[in-house]
Design a protein around this ligand. Structure first.
Ligand SMILES: *Cc1c(COP(=O)(O)O)cnc(C)c1O
Length: 496
């Protein structure tokens, strides 16, 4: 029996895994969720002896039940190869009594590579399985990191085009340079005069535009999504939580069955939701620490039960978390509302119309394993400086938000459970903010001078992803208003 996926906004709509991956978004703007979270069928002891690729197979086979073993292993082995600069794929580093889970060893040096290096294979396999003849147009909104990772993953993949929208004034200089220098005949990168939420809203709108879908189909195209609303993003992210627990066990850092906490710098709620799914699969995770930057809508939500996006959008030094509409939270809302699409839809309607909703005490009770807090810009910078001075380890700004929130968690709870802090980006991706945190005098230097200085301070060699953009030519320079996103897509596809 195949595991089915259901829409969070329509109790009748179901899909097999490959169909859910292909469509990206369910009808009426809903998200696909598995009917139940499968339990691991291997013990941690067994998993602790496996490679990343084998753990990935053990986890993903339980979610993507309509893929054959051969298909799934092909996807996994094609994704998790030499594109990563460590054979472990995800690297666990112990510093200052905590474990930093470095998820930035892939081609674009942010954790998005963990899922986006496999998504193109999952998608093209799904297209083949479902006899899709159309060309697939990957439509993506990015706060900086998804865009580059998706571009790298889909560049020159036959049968696909990829269009990325990013906030023109809301990403780091290195993030922007990485995207606008992207090669590949099928790649398109557009800056918008607006923030990430505008980009995400524009993309979601195109997905639910049925007239547009018909025009697309007539021209031989169909949309899919590389955002974490696609279940094909979420499932590969569950893998590294299982792998990490198994690795801690293999290294003798924990006893079998011992609980750990995970602390995740959060934006769209995809990464931490994957940790929650891992917990439901049987990984002994106690607390899920949800770390926000000054866009602290999730902190307020976990503290009050009220989600309220009516507030100023703040540009911070952790731009990949500058988000006020955390899309994947909808999956948690749906689940805690008793897997009731009608109830969930009412909340999402309220969010859309009034910008806020309030959940019931019963739902809050089911979220008690989540702990939310946030770090200010000053606290984030102070965390980078402190860990550098104490240990020599240099974190990026997003990881520093999580580190800072962990300090608050410890002060609040005195809970000394071993904790994994998820490190979502290489410091080289946010060089200016990172170096300024260590010494504001660095601000006078150029981006690439700072790159060299970061290498000297950290002793970590400059990653290939940075070397690649030092002298790369700009290949994409389109900028548009947020209202023009759809006409840009039509122009690219030649369907106006
Ligand atoms: C995307 C991103 C995040 C936020 O992850 P979500 O899954 O959207 O919560 C955090 N840090 C970095 C560096 C990212 O690229």
């Amino acid at each position: 029996m195949d595991l089915l996926y259901r829409s969070t906004r329509n109790n009748e709509e179901t899909a097999k895994a490959s169909e859910a991956i292909l469509r990206g978004l369910a009808g009426e703007g809903g998200l696909y969720v598995p009917e139940q979270i499968p339990a691991l069928d291997k013990s941690m002891e067994e998993l602790s002896g496996m490679s990343y690729q084998d753990v990935a197979y053990e986890v993903m086979k339980l979610f993507l039940t309509d893929f054959t073993e051969e298909e799934l292993r092909h996807c996994i082995n094609s994704a998790y190869d030499k594109k990563f600069d460590t054979p472990h794929i995800a690297e666990l580093v112990k510093k200052d009594g905590k474990y930093f889970l470095e998820l930035f060893h892939g081609a674009t040096i942010a954790f998005k590579d963990m899922a986006l290096s496999i998504l193109p294979y999952l998608l093209t396999t799904s297209a083949r399985k479902n006899h899709v003849k159309n060309e697939i147009v990957i439509l993506t909104a990015t706060s900086g990191d998804t865009g580059k990772a998706a571009l790298a993953g889909f560049a020159d993949v036959p049968g696909t085009k990829i269009i990325v929208f990013y906030p023109k004034h809301g990403v780091s200089p290195i993030q922007e340079k990485q995207m606008i220098t992207q090669r590949g005949e099928n790649t398109y990168v557009i800056g918008i005069e607006g923030n990430f939420d505008d980009a995400q809203t524009g993309v979601k709108k195109m997905f639910s535009d049925t007239a547009l879908a018909e025009e697309m189909a007539a021209a031989g195209y169909q949309f899919s999504s590389a955002n974490s609303i696609n279940i094909g993003r979420l499932v590969p992210q569950v893998v590294y939580y299982v792998y990490t627990y198994a690795a801690l066990l293999a290294q003798g850092e924990i006893a079998d069955g011992e609980q750990i906490n995970v602390d995740v710098p959060t934006g769209n709620f995809g990464n931490i939701l994957a940790a929650y799914y891992a917990k439901q699969m049987g990984v002994p995770i106690a607390k899920l620490i949800c770390a926000s930057n000054e866009n602290k809508v999730l902190f307020d939500f976990f503290s009050s039960g009220c989600y309220d996006k009516n507030r100023e959008f703040i540009l911070t030094s952790s731009p990949s978390m500058d988000i006020l509409i955390s899309s994947n939270l909808e999956r948690l809302i749906y689940q805690t509302a008793g897997r009731d699409a009608e109830k969930n839809s009412a909340y999402m309607k309220a969010l859309n119309e009034a910008g806020r909703y309030e959940i019931t005490d019963e739902m809050r009770e089911q979220m008690k394993d989540f702990y939310g807090n946030y770090a200010s810009e000053e606290e984030t910078a102070a965390a980078i400086k402190k860990i550098y001075e104490q240990t020599g380890y240099i974190m990026d700004t997003h990881t520093a938000v999580a580190e800072s929130v962990y300090e608050k968690y410890m002060a609040d709870t005195k809970d000394d459970t071993k904790t994994v802090i998820v490190s979502t980006a290489s410091p080289y991706k946010f060089t200016r903010s990172v170096m300024n945190a260590i010494d504001p005098a660095y601000d006078a230097q150029s981006d690439f001078a700072l790159v060299d200085e970061l290498e000297r301070l950290s002793g970590v060699p400059v990653p290939q992803a940075i070397e690649d953009i030092r002298s790369a030519p700009v290949l994409h320079d389109t900028v548009c208003e947020k209202e023009e996103m759809c006409s840009q897509v039509k122009r690219i596809l030649g369907i106006q």
